[in-house]
Design a protein around this ligand. Sequence first.
Ligand code: FBP
Length: 314
Amino acid sequence: MQLPGATPLHIDLRRYLREHDEDRDLTRLICEIADASKYIINAIRTGDLGMAGTSNLYGEAQLELDVLSDRIIRKRLLHSGVVACIASEESGEIQQVDPDDEHKYSVAYDPLDGSSLVDVNLAVGTIVSIYKGGDVFRPVREQVASMYILYGPRTTLVYSTGRGVHEFAMNSLMEYTLNHENLRMTNGAAKIYSPGGQRNKYSAGTESFAQQLEAGGAKLRYSGGFVPDINQVLMKRNGVFMYPHLKDAPDGKLRVLYELNPMAYLIEQAGGAASTGRGRILDLHPKSIEDRAPVFIGSKQSVTLAEKCIAEAG
Ligand code: FBP
């Protein structure tokens, strides 16, 4: 419903969710996470960039920002009153809040993906995956929503609840207002590609894929931050990001629960594709918070080419 004379643009996030009849509790959850990002921006801009002196379950030293962002989001999730369980990349265990309430939501999130890039003033992001009920270890395709928040020159929020992919931008009042509605990937040869991992560790199939992308005129665009790199592919409506299986890391680097699930859901919702190189990310069924998988994500044509190269040369 659009008021006479009112443009759909600049409508704020909560009103947009309401006007599109999103579930009331899901609306609250998405808006609580949006509100949390306002505190994270502040921490990024002015906070302590030092080490926290602690490490996460992967044994990685945590930044103060990692711990603070995790605390900020967890507090808002608990405050929402609609969360059944919480899984964060920064903490080793799943927090059971109200696991038996099938009306509530389970949330898996990476509070500040690529946080080490803040130190060098590059863009980073928050990634969130949402399931209905009290369990995050579900088939990836059972997600009911996912979103990311990009802390770059502008702060933007991209979400899908299964009815298209929409981008909101933060205005000077720190409100999220509509910027792009129903983002759709185009097909056709990739104009940009983001190759993660060391190339000298690429398999023959991945190397052949990279060479065919370059032969097709694709330009290299890699920031080292999953959120800004995926956002570039989505906003350009074309291109491919990959963090493939490597000679010394057959499962690649990125985590299924916190990084691959939500982005695969968004990109598929936008008409793109997301693959491990041997199958859809959405067909995965993670069993542990440690699960990682290779990823090729972006325009359907490029992802299909990646699968073909890997089927032929491994
Ligand atoms: P973290 O979860 O430790 O932040 O790692 C994720 C990430 O930084 C992604 O954002 C990015 O795509 C990738 O790792 C970069 O890896 P690399 O430094 O090997 O290129």
